[in-house]
Design a protein. Structure first.
Length: 112
């Protein structure tokens, strides 16, 4: 099963998640989404297949996101315009998971 780490090297949690995968010799694809911007379709796919509440995908708690109007299309546009507001790290394995804390990646892989 393919494993993809959506990674921001400026984020300590993302670096920790990457380190855990490397130390466990787990093969994964590194997706540096700030260096190589995501398409709207890619963002939408993450949101549709996220194994979490949509409101948790936004890392800036000061950003007012009205839960009543929270939609995949609105979030896609927000993240496309400002990808650094997306919570990280995110791991894909069948679904998308927010790996907070970074050790959550081991639960996802069934290696805890």
């Amino acid at each position: 099963m393919k494993l993809i780490l959506y990674h921001n090297n400026n984020c300590s949690k993302s670096r920790m998640c990457k380190k855990i995968l490397e130390e466990k010799n787990i093969k994964f694809e590194l997706r540096e989404y700030l260096k190589d911007p995501m398409t709207k379709e890619e963002i939408k796919n993450i949101l549709i297949n996220l194994d979490d509440d949509l409101q948790n995908i936004i890392r800036d708690k000061n950003l007012k996101v009205d839960n009543e109007k929270l939609s995949i299309n609105r979030l896609t546009k927000l993240i496309f315009a400002k990808p650094n507001i997306m919570q990280r790290p995110i791991v894909f394995r069948k679904k998308f998971y927010i790996c907070r804390p970074p050790e959550k990646v081991l639960e996802i892989l069934g290696d805890n």
